[in-house]
Design a protein around this ligand. Structure first.
Ligand code: FAE
Length: 539
């Protein structure tokens, strides 16, 4: 287990000593103690066979399958290891009491629901390499997980395979038979996906909010569907019975989940650890990848302190480099590297085709006879499917405030057609995204295809107090960034980046902006498909 003797400020700095190389040591410090010395340690200046940038879904699939094929892999992650408890005995902070662990290098929280009863709820926190990044572009805030496990650390775990009839629009160049026969099942198995026991759903207090959501959906003629998740449902039953420490029933979600959720740390990353071939280096941010003399690519990275300062810069040479920094991270790197001359031959498609998966949020105010419950499981388990008729799939989401709110809350995924582009801003030395807030209007219209009808049927109204004062729609954000290195455009049909043999994109950047449902199962399945081909033909 984590070394509890370390100071709070440093937790996560020096990671579990088995397979994650401590970040306060140099890259390549010997892996002390623990199980078998894992992969050959990464030494600055060394040559390595494969380097993976990022430890989310795409990166974890790539690293696992490469390691199982006998390749030594280095994974580089800008966030922390998240394996060591803080002074409260917990690794992760609670959603209702954010602290420095909660946000990536901010001095004030930036909560997706900024207000409650009209009052702002954000608060000051120490600047720290925390778990949730609220990355601000001109017209949108993109929420992302930071740390070993990427988005799996902060997400709701909703693990949804798109309907087969929608797949052609999700990944038009991919063979659907192969995906539905082989790679979606492989991804679901690897992630530990399961669906709630319907009998328990019908009786447990913690899903009263979802039962109200179901009732209102069905009374307006919309199908309510159970949504699979990677949460351990048996564990949640024990939480409800009071026999184990609570996480879903303690409101944990956005800033990490201490017990029941099967994040990548418990699935793919645990399997990665068992191979003994993969070294993971947290708190290192890749800044450049460029062809190396003698073949391969020179990868440059900044070692970060937990205050976000660069405390060392290191380079290694890798024969193969997998960009798995997430849609935004991979797009930003590729656009910068093309524009600044490190990788000038990348396709002109790099940076294009970015979408927000049509995310938009809203709340409804229920009548007093439709209480949604003071105790709400933070893990959503159902949705309202109006994709075919109205272009919206709405998660019935929790509002785990600990008090009765009489509110129903929803995150809708919509068929928003707008796509944005990342570009290099040389004057500012950063990458911009040209998304406009007004581009969410189609999403609002599609979500209204569900909620206007429910409100009319129930005689209810929208909440106006969750995203500001008299503001109905949470149209300023996305949880689901997708695209920027689109499959078959910036890459070939397996993620090989055009112009540079040995460079691959293998994360949400490959997907052209929308998956019709929550995206991580599709990201995982596509990564499984692509890495199988790459291992068979490129190694
Ligand atoms: P991701 O998981 O973001 O991993 C990328 C990793 O790369 C991160 O750990 C980064 O810190 C790291 N990185 C970035 N840049 C660098 C760099 N330069 N150097 C080194 N490391 C770097 O990418 N999806 C669902 O399907 N179901 C849900 O219920 C769900 N809920 C969500 C709730 C929230 C609050 C959020 C934020 C997201 C949610 N998502 C959900 C989205 C899902 O987590 C996301 O699509 C995936 O995590 C994306 O996977 P990738 O492998 O593309």
């Amino acid at each position: 287990m984590g070394d509890k003797s370390r100071s709070y400020k440093g937790f996560g700095d020096v990671s579990r000593r088995t397979f994650i190389v401590g970040t306060s040591s140099i890259l390549g410090a010997a892996i002390a103690g623990g199980r078998a010395a894992a992969a050959p340690p990464l030494t600055p200046g060394a040559r390595v066979p494969a380097l993976v940038i990022g430890t989310g879904y795409g990166g974890s699939v790539a690293a696992l399958r490469l390691a199982q094929a006998g390749v030594d892999v280095q994974m580089v992650e800008m966030g922390m290891a998240w394996d060591t408890p803080g002074p409260d005995g917990k690794i992760f902070a609670n959603t209702t009491t954010p602290d420095q662990r909660s946000f990536w290098l901010r001095t004030r929280t930036k909560q997706p629901l900024s207000n409650f009863l009209g009052f702002p709820i954000d608060k000051d926190i120490p600047r720290y390499t925390g778990i949730l990044d609220a990355e601000e572009f001109g017209g949108i805030i993109v929420y992302q997980g930071r740390g070993v496990g990427g988005g799996s650390l902060v997400n709701g775990g909703m693990a949804v395979t798109p309907k087969r009839e929608n797949f052609g629009a999700v990944l038009p160049t991919v063979n659907a038979d192969e995906m539905y026969n082989t790679y979606y099942p492989r991804a679901n198995a690897g992630l530990g996906v399961a669906t709630i026991d319907p009998a328990w759903f019908d009786t447990t207090d913690c899903y009263q909010y979802a039962r109200v959501g179901r009732k209102h959906a069905q009374r307006s003629g919309f199908p309510f569907v159970f949504v699979p998740d990677v949460y351990d449902w048996d564990y949640m039953k024990k939480e409800a019975a009071g026999t184990v420490p609570k996480s879903a029933l303690a409101g944990e979600i956005l800033y990490g989940n201490n017990y029941g959720k099967k994040s990548l740390q418990k699935t793919y990353l645990a399997q990665i650890k068992a191979t003994g071939r993969v070294t993971i280096t947290p708190l290192h941010k890749v800044t450049s990848v460029a062809p190396a003399s003698g073949g391969g690519y020179t990868v440059t990275m900044d070692q970060l302190s937990t205050a976000g300062d660069t405390i060392a810069t290191k380079t290694v040479t890798a024969d193969k480099v997998f960009f798995a920094a997430g849609s935004v991270g991979t797009s930003k790197l590729l656009v910068k590297l093309k524009a600044t001359g490190a990788l000038p031959n990348l396709s002109n498609e790099v940076g294009k085709g970015w979408g927000d998966n049509g995310n938009v949020m809203c709340g409804r105010a229920n009548h007093l006879w439709d209480a949604t419950g003071a105790l709400q499981a933070s893990i959503p388990c159902g949705g309202i499917d109006n994709w075919a008729a109205g272009g919206a799939f709405a998660e019935v989401a929790p509002l785990p405030t600990g008090i009765e709110t009489y509110a129903s809350f929803y995150l809708s995924i919509t068929k928003n057609p707008n796509r944005a582009e990342f570009t290099w801003n040389g004057a500012a030395g950063k990458v911009d995204l040209n998304w406009q807030t007004a581009w969410k209007q189609p999403s609002i219209d599609m979500a209204k295809s569900i909620f206007d009808k429910i409100n009319a049927k129930e005689g209810t109204i929208y909440r106006t107090d969750l995203f500001g004062v008299y503001k109905i729609w949470g149209d300023h954000l996305t949880y689901h960034p997708l695209g920027g290195a689109v499959l078959g455009k910036a890459t070939d049909n397996y993620g090989r980046l055009h112009g540079y043999p040995g460079l691959y994109a293998i994360d949400g950047s490959l997907i052209p902006g929308n998956t019709s449902v929550n995206p991580f199962v599709t990201i995982t399945a596509l990564a499984e498909r692509n890495i199988e081909k790459i291992i068979a033909t490129d190694l």
